[in-house]
Ligand binder design. Structure first.
Ligand SMILES: O=C(O)COP(=O)(O)O
Ligand SMILES: [Mg+2]
Length: 223
């Protein structure tokens, strides 16, 4: 069976981070008197990292925000989010078994997230997941990020895994668009934070349970 590099998105794919993202975002925007956002709002706000999430929350509330204050609020968010880590965030059911199964089949496992690298690493370490991955790259690791396909390809290279056989697993448009932009097969998960129905994202496959993510499943996608 051909070996592949399997690339996982983090928020909404590996880990259900929504409760902590909402809590830290609300603590951050409260500093400027904005009313809290809800979990429902989060699906529209998340995806392009903390900075964009804060900017989108201000837009949602119709509040003005300059770049300098965005710098300040991003630092506040990072501080709050890091301090609470891993908080209420939990790996999705079946992910550890899936990672072990795929590693045993010889695949290279990596994480490609738009989360800041300095948040992604301690979160995955705090949840005991980091050791599964040959590379973990964030939204600020390179000069580009998802939906730029180079974020995926450079993550595979950094891991020393195959670059001619890559599979992207993600929950949102950034993940699936990045894969499509690079001619890379993708799997969308149904349990994440997409504001578009996952069946409309254009992924090659959709799964609602990591029990389905087997070596045979990967082989079919990369055949
Ligand atoms: O934190 C974000 O905005 C997105 O993170 P993700 O790429 O892991 O979904
Ligand atoms: Mg995601």
């Amino acid at each position: 069976m051909h070996k592949a590099t399997i690339i996982f998105d983090l928020d909404g794919t590996l880990v259900d981070t929504a409760p902590d993202l909402v809590t830290s975002l609300n603590a951050t925007i409260a500093l400027r008197g904005l009313t809290p956002v809800t979990y429902e709002d989060l699906t529209h706000l998340v995806g392009q990292g903390a900075r964009m999430m804060i900017a989108r929350a201000f837009a949602l509330r119709g509040a003005a925000l300059g770049e300098d204050d965005l710098d300040v609020l991003q630092a506040e968010f990072v501080h709050h989010y890091r301090a609470g880590m891993p908080g209420a965030s939990r790996p999705y059911p079946g992910i550890v078994e899936a990672l072990e199964r795929l590693r045993d089949a010889g695949h290279t496992l990596t994480v490609c997230t738009n989360k800041l690298e300095e948040l992604a690493l301690p979160l995955l370490q705090g949840l005991g997941l980091a050791h599964h991955f040959a590379a973990i790259t964030g939204g600020n690791t390179f000069e580009f990020r998802k939906p730029d396909p180079r974020h995926i390809v450079e993550t595979a290279k950094r891991a020393g895994g195959p670059t001619d056989r890559i599979v992207m697993v993600g929950d949102s448009i950034n993940d699936i668009a990045a894969a499509r932009n690079g001619g890379i097969p993708s799997i969308a998960v149904t349990f994440g934070y997409s504001d578009i129905p996952v069946t409309d994202l254009g992924a090659n496959a959709v799964i609602d349970d990591f029990a389905l993510l087997t070596a045979d499943y990967i082989a079919n996608l990369t055949a």
